[in-house]
Ligand binder design. Structure first.
Ligand SMILES: C[S@@+](CC[C@H](N)C(=O)[O-])C[C@H]1O[C@@H](n2cnc3c(N)ncnc32)[C@H](O)[C@@H]1O
Length: 393
């Protein structure tokens, strides 16, 4: 696992604890890439032919593939290892965090902010779909507070996610938003947003890069969960980046109409709900200035991938507490964006090659010739492309 950037609020652990984190991280990559890499072969050479023999047809869609693969010992073993390793990720981080928690909270409480701000709303109701389950099996999810002014869920997410993806998004875990910012700047060089908002910013690792990309802009991030926001603010201060964090529900934001030039998100919609998704898009439309743009990096719609890839990526819906995954990927973004008030002709979509993990030429290609063709599932270790869509108001 590469080294994570050690800002002053990052909780890593003792020598032994970090060794364990490295081990878990590498084990997960092995299960995901090497063992997971065999899943397609198993499907093509064994599972599909058996299904065809038994049913006189090939599996119709990812749900039938899921059932058939989980009836096979290879698929079941891979899936069991994935579940266990997911829990090992959090378990490898928690002991050091539990030890560090009182001091971490104390330091964050006493922070003398010099760059940005955080405003919390203790009356905000955590959306039901967030409170209902521990997304990614992360104990306590984003919102749980175990002490007064608790920020520890933010620290758990920061270190745990790095262990989870083996540092694939870079030392600051910001590969996605850097890719998005670089894409926006390359494709629309005349677009100079002055006020930017990120929805579902969690610990701000996807917010901070906008400060570097658009240094003239005022950058804001909202999230429904207080612990991650406290941590986001401390982290941004430690990185000396001016970001303004707010505890708000993206379905019903406190910002005035036409407040922002750019509203974006990185992988939040698949963790919302069927009801919340259209409301959030409508809020984007309301809070954008005329001529402003929204941009969302998200899971690729199943319509753009093969049934096998849809099955493979939907694993999280079944076993990783991502209940809205399948519903979300079955929805057509263009339909919902236009229902939210954006004009059809102002809609755009593209699959963007990851800035760090793709040849520069393929990134430039996506700028010149935006397409969602050739979208491959963006699992860690593969040459990732990020499905992104948006619209101009
Ligand atoms: C997968 S995380 C986003 C990750 C983050 N953008 C990043 O790239 O690191 C989803 C976040 O969205 C937040 N969230 C979900 N629904 C929300 C809502 N209705 N309003 C505000 N935040 C929401 C959750 O609290 C969580 O922090």
């Amino acid at each position: 696992m590469p080294l994570q950037h050690e800002h002053e609020f990052l909780v890593t652990g003792s020598h032994d604890e970090m060794n364990r984190q490295h081990y878990v991280s590498r084990l997960r990559m092995h299960i995901l890439n090497q063992i997971g890499g065999g899943m397609r072969d198993v499907y093509e050479s064994r599972v599909k032919p058996k299904f065809e023999k038994d049913n006189g047809r090939i599996p119709a869609g990812e749900r039938e593939i899921h059932k058939a693969m989980m009836a096979d010992h290879y698929g079941r073993t891979w899936s069991t290892m994935m579940v266990n390793c997911q829990d090992m990720v959090w378990d490898s981080v928690r002991p050091s965090l539990e030890r560090a928690q009182p001091d971490l909270n104390e330091r964050i409480r006493g922070l003398n902010a010099q760059y940005g701000s955080v405003s919390l709303n203790p009356y905000l109701k955590i959306p039901k779909y967030l409170a209902a389950s521990d997304i990614h099996r992360m104990p306590g999810n984003y919102h749980t507070e175990r002490a007064e002014d608790d920020a520890s869920q933010g620290a758990l997410y920061d270190r745990g996610r790095f262990v989870y993806n083996g540092g694939a998004a870079g030392p600051l875990a910001d590969g996605l938003p850097r890719t998005l910012a670089a894409y926006i700047k390359s494709r629309w060089p005349d677009f100079k947003p002055k006020k930017i908002l990120e929805l579902g910013c969690t610990i701000g690792s996807s917010t901070v890069p906008m400060v570097d990309a658009f240094p003239e802009a005022e950058v804001h991030g909202i999230d429904a969960s207080a612990p991650v926001l406290r941590y986001a603010h401390a982290r941004a201060e430690a990185l000396e980046k001016p970001v303004h964090f707010h505890q708000m529900d993206a379905e019903d934001m406190d910002f005035e109409d036409e407040s922002f030039d750019l509203i974006y998100s990185c992988i939040i919609f698949h963790e919302t709900s069927r009801k919340a998704y259209p409301n959030i898009l409508e809020e984007c439309h309301r809070a954008l200035k005329p001529g402003g743009m929204m941009a969302h990096m998200e899971l690729t719609p199943v319509a753009n991938m093969s049934d096998f890839d849809a099955f493979y990526i939907d694993w999280d819906a079944y076993y990783n507490n991502e209940p809205f995954y399948q519903t979300y990927t079955s929805m057509d973004p263009e339909e919902w964006v236009t229902k939210a008030g954006f004009k059809n002709e102002r809609f755009w979509q593209v699959s963007i090659p990851d800035l760090d993990r793709s040849p520069k030429e393929s990134f430039n290609d996506a700028v010149r010739n935006p397409t969602v063709a050739n979208t491959k599932i963006a699992r860690v270790g593969e040459s990732a492309r990020w499905y992104t869509y948006g619209a101009w108001k």
